[in-house]
Design a protein around this ligand. Structure first.
Ligand SMILES: *[C@@H]1O[C@H](CO)[C@@H](O)[C@H](O)[C@H]1NC(C)=O
Ligand SMILES: *[C@@H]1O[C@H](CO)[C@@H](O)[C@H](O)[C@H]1NC(C)=O
Ligand SMILES: *[C@@H]1O[C@H](CO)[C@@H](O)[C@H](O)[C@H]1NC(C)=O
Length: 277
């Protein structure tokens, strides 16, 4: 049996639309002007870097395509104001005081291709945070010293993602299941995190070795440590595991281009002495 349509749905929608229209016509975020202390150009670039801002700028042109609010002390990205900017392609929020990004923060930014959240004070990333960003190509989220958790499904919907940099955070583990599935991912920055050498990073170790060319810099978690982790994490090795070793070994020697050792100055995944594993 089909559910009858809710009799109140249509009027309710109308009310919501009217309210939205009212909000739009009075909203300070919608204007053709330019926010205080920012510079706006006719290419729809709004530049507000280093202006001692503590709150997100108001009075942003509705058609803004690039917004640069780096080097301020902004503590929050207000979802309502941000989501009016549906043409936004480039958003640089680096070097602020952001501690939290809510599920609705980026809800309407479907054209956003570049997002920089580096040098903030983020602590964790939830699963839906980046979900709406269907066009996101590059995400920089480095140098958040307390960032210790990224939900395993945080990037599931970012099918356009090519470059992800989570260097110099406080990450000990990352579940790579959804990263592996991203079709165009070609570069991942992992350096400067306190990666653990426990079984939960076994897959990360092997992935790094299998696709070393994707990783900026070099990861010290060697193929051997990866294999040792696999041996230790699977108390008894089945025939599948031996097959796995053979396949992995073959792929490494046959297919992986050499890692660029010029970028290898940073030891990233500090797996330490194998006895401690
Ligand atoms: C962050 O911004 C401040 C100004 O608010 C500036 O002095 C500092 O150098 C910037 N830090 C980085 C890492 O860019
Ligand atoms: C990093 O995470 C650990 C727990 O994994 C925590 O004890 C430590 O305080 C965190 N560091 C910072 C700077 O928040
Ligand atoms: C990693 O995440 C996937 C879902 O994305 C989940 O099925 C799997 O159990 C997780 N692995 C670990 C080791 O937590």
């Amino acid at each position: 049996m089909r559910l009858a349509p809710q009799p109140s749905a249509q009027p309710l929608r109308l009310v919501v639309l009217l309210l939205l229209a009212a909000a739009v016509s009075t909203s300070p975020v919608l204007s053709t002007g330019c926010p205080d202390r920012c510079v706006c150009d006719d290419q729809l670039v709004v530049q507000c870097a280093g202006q001692h801002l503590t709150t997100f700028p108001v009075n942003l042109p509705l058609a803004t395509r690039q917004l640069i609010i780096s080097n301020n002390r902004i503590v929050e990205l207000p979802p309502l104001a941000l989501n009016y900017l549906s043409d936004l392609v480039y958003l640089d929020c680096s070097n602020n005081s952001l501690t939290e990004i809510s599920e609705s923060t980026f809800g309407n930014l479907r054209k956003l291709a570049y997002l920089d959240l580096s040098f903030n004070t983020l602590i964790r990333i939830e699963d839906r945070t980046f979900g709406p960003l269907a066009s996101l190509v590059m995400l920089r989220m480095t140098d958040n010293p307390g960032l210790s958790e990224i939900h395993q499904d945080a990037f599931v919907e970012n099918a356009a993602l090519q470059v992800l940099d989570v260097s110099r955070n406080n990450l000990t583990a990352v579940n790579i299941t959804s990263l592996i599935a991203l079709p165009t991912l070609r570069s991942v920055g992992l350096s400067g995190n306190p990666w653990s050498c426990e079984c939960d990073n076994e897959d990360l170790c092997l992935w790094v070795h299998l696709e070393g060319f994707k990783f900026q810099g070099f990861i010290s978690c060697s193929y051997i440590v990866g294999l040792q982790l696999r041996t230790l994490c699977h108390q008894t090795l089945g025939s599948w595991d031996y097959l796995f070793f053979v396949v992995i070994g073959f792929v490494i020697f046959a297919a992986v281009p050499p890692v660029n050792f010029q970028d290898c100055h940073e030891v990233q995944l500090d797996c330490g002495p194998t006895e401690s594993v």
